[in-house]
Design a protein around this ligand. Structure first.
Ligand code: FAD
Length: 305
């Protein structure tokens, strides 16, 4: 590892000054769980590390205008165990619980995780399905970015080098809604997902029709993706198991996974469909009871009408 200067600013203003001084040679460090590995592997070689650990006002979970507001420096473990998150959006606490081990979750931060932009991470699909936004601040001001527009490629985002993620905002679910995040984890419990799927469903007042659906997947391409064609299959349609299968089929067509040690591309594509259907079923739990889909008959035994 090459020598670097280490700065420990106490305020966002000081962070911005340091970023301005060192430009693209500087790197922010929050939990350090991703950055330090990348530095030891010489994938990044900053001449200055700007630690966010002592910056006031960047941690914590609260409510703003009815939405959950999570500081960029809040740890994964703090989100997972927050009584407010558990009460208002249990799916978010559940999602952060899926990340690695308690040791990692105690260090890794919400902002650091998003800026890292590994497409196998757990929070991005759930946050995209929930319609979350993030706030990025620099000396020139701040802007709000929808999470689904944030990721551009492998480890790439729209974040500029002088921007700091200061806050994540997650809107509350409308009435008659349910949400689920599922991680397919066939190897060890602290591994990244082979495939992951998040679904948020909203039903009309009769609870018989999908009025809105949002579906997002992880580990199926170079970024997390939103499966819009799968959502369109369900929107405005009656809540039926057959419809979920059709949506799952569309989700399979939307993904483009890579083969790796977690599974072949073909296997991950198949699992993407399976996990989207299961996530939709889980999101509907407590809202409706689904009738079982009619099993398709073998071709030879089909009756002519
Ligand atoms: C063994 C292991 C297993 C893991 N398994 C999983 C898993 O299964 N699922 C999962 O989702 N995650 C997993 N993670 C965690 C994840 O991949 C990242 O390591 C973690 O989310 C990064 O958070 P951090 O705060 O440590 O970021 P850091 O390492 O401090 O920083 C990461 C990047 O973000 C930038 N950055 C940090 N904070 C900010 C900010 N506020 N604004 C702008 N840029 C910022 C840094 O400059 C750096 O480029 C795992 C990590 C480890 C070490």
């Amino acid at each position: 590892m090459q020598p670097f200067e280490y700065r420990t600013p106490k305020s966002l203003k000081e962070v911005q000054q340091d970023l301005k001084q060192f430009g693209t040679d500087a790197k922010l460090v929050a939990g350090g769980t991703a950055l330090i590995i990348m530095m030891t592997q010489r994938l990044v070689r900053p001449t200055c590390l700007i630690s966010l650990r002592n910056v006031r006002g960047l941690s914590g979970v609260g409510e703003k205008n009815g939405a959950l507001s999570i500081g960029g420096l809040t740890t994964h473990r703090a989100v997972e165990t927050s009584p407010l998150v558990r009460r208002k959006l249990p799916v978010l606490a559940e999602t952060y619980r899926h990340v690695a081990t308690i040791r990692v979750r105690n260090m890794a931060t919400v902002g650091g995780g998003l800026a890292h932009a590994d497409p196998n991470q757990d929070p991005p699909p759930a946050l995209i399905a929930l319609g979350a936004t993030l706030k990025a601040s620099s000396a020139d001001g701040s802007r709000v970015i929808p999470l689904e527009e944030f990721f551009t490629d492998y480890y790439e985002t729209v974040l500029k080098p002088d921007e700091v993620i200061t806050e994540i905002s997650v809107p509350r679910l409308p009435p008659n809604s349910g949400a689920a995040y599922l991680k397919f984890l066939p190897r060890t419990a602290d591994d990244y997902a082979t495939v992951s799927a998040a679904a948020v469903v909203t039903l009309d007042r009769s609870k018989k029709i999908f009025s809105d659906v949002r579906i997002a997947l992880g580990s199926v391409g170079t970024t997390p993706i939103r499966a819009r064609d799968a959502e369109a299959v369900l929107r405005g349609q009656p809540v039926k198991a057959e419809a979920l299968r059709e949506a799952a089929e569309k989700a399979k067509q939307a993904v483009d996974p890579l083969s790796d040690f977690r599974g072949s591309a073909a296997y991950k594509k198949e699992m993407a469909g399976v996990f989207v259907r299961r996530a939709l079923e889980k999101a509907l739990e407590g809202l409706v009871r689904l009738a079982k889909a009619t099993p398709s008959r073998p071709a030879g035994k089909r009756k002519n009408k």
